[in-house]
Design a protein around this ligand. Structure first.
Ligand code: NDP
Length: 313
């Protein structure tokens, strides 16, 4: 297969990747976007987005990503399915290889591979994968209409997912390991005010049970203290909402990462430690992780890439 030359290779297709593609296209970088495992990124598994400017009545995640994709495509971005499985950033032009064996030789690379949902690490999560265990309420909530579900986590995602599921399920347990929620005050209030949501504070999940899919969870309250107490709850669905891991494994041989695996960028720019490689969105942002901040970083990355390509002609 012949190597494909490009001025700008964008890896990932969330708000950061598509916005980078929009800017890079308008800067005549003729970008190629490799969409990755989840075209459109995490937002394709979100319900209503109310906080992205320009949508006064809100918009669903999949709809917004489709709009960003078509905007990038209309401006000339070459959007391709595929997953980057290997890179070589020790050479220039930079090299990236996809799962189909296609090799790209790029004058600049923008990494916008996002982050992936974390699991607790219980064997039962694997055992019941697709049989009651999910990390995406919007994808799988439909299956739990009038049933009982549990959501693990105390952040904004967990509260949002619990609220969403409460519109479908008959009851939602919110399993929180600390004695408080980490979510924003508004989100907390929404959960506290919802009669269908029961919050189990100071509670850890240690296992799941059921003969035909998940039928319940083994929980421990006040784990590791003298008040420790075991209890089981009957549930039909178990949803994880305990944060995300940045998708940086493919790049870690070349790119400097922080202790959590997020890409380190230089100052206020999107530059990484490798000249010509830039990073945008959740993959490089352990703090804000919003669609709008990711999109902003995508724009910055394309501007940084344009300057780099021009100065390395
Ligand atoms: P967070 O990191 O904010 O929260 C993760 C939650 O999961 C915490 O309550 C944490 O507990 C808990 N947790 C982590 N590991 C475990 C474990 N092993 N067992 C049990 N519980 C665990 O992640 P989110 O995904 O909720 O949010 C990420 C970012 O995205 C945040 O900045 C958030 O504000 C933002 N966000 C914004 C939204 C919006 O504005 N509409 C919607 C969703 C997310 P502990 O507190 O004990 O560490």
């Amino acid at each position: 297969m012949e190597k494909i030359q490009t001025k700008c290779l964008i890896i990932g297709s969330g708000p950061a990747g598509y916005t980078a593609a929009i800017y890079a296209s308008r800067a005549n970088l003729e970008p190629i976007v490799i969409e990755g495992l989840q075209p459109g990124g995490q937002l394709t598994t979100t319900t209503e987005i109310e906080n992205f400017p320009g949508y006064p009545n809100g918009i669903t995640g999949p709809e917004m990503m489709e709009e960003l994709r078509s905007q990038a495509s209309r401006l000339g971005a070459d959007i391709r399915t595929g997953v980057v499985t290997e890179v070589d950033f020790s050479v220039y032009p930079l090299i990236a290889k996809t799962d189909s064996g296609q090799v790209y030789s790029a004058q600049s690379v923008i990494i916008a591979t996002g982050a992936t949902a974390k699991y607790l690490g219980l064997d039962d999560e694997k055992k019941y994968a697709g049989m009651g265990v999910s990390a995406c309420a919007t994808c799988d909530g439909f299956f739990y209409r009038k049933k009982v579900v549990a959501v693990v986590g105390g952040g904004d995602t967990a509260c949002e997912e619990a609220s969403y599921l409460s519109n479908l399920a008959s009851k939602v347990y919110l399993i929180v390991r600390k004695d408080y929620l980490r979510a924003s005050k508004a989100m907390q209030q929404r959960v506290f005010d919802n009669p269908k949501i029961e919050i189990l504070f100071n509670t850890n999940t240690v296992g799941l049970f059921g003969d035909n899919g998940v039928e319940g969870a083994h929980l421990v309250k006040f784990k590791g203290t003298d008040q420790e107490e075991s209890l089981d709850i009957s549930i039909d669905g178990f949803f994880l909402a305990i944060g995300h891991k940045p998708n940086t494994d493919v790049f870690k041989q070349f790119i400097d990462l922080d202790e959590q695996g997020y890409i380190k960028t230089v100052g206020v720019t999107t530059a990484t430690n490798v000249p010509g490689v830039f990073a945008a969105g959740d993959v490089a942002d352990p703090i804000y992780r919003q669609a709008i901040t990711s999109a902003g970083m995508g724009a910055k990355a394309a501007i940084d890439a344009e300057k780099f390509v021009i100065s390395h002609k």
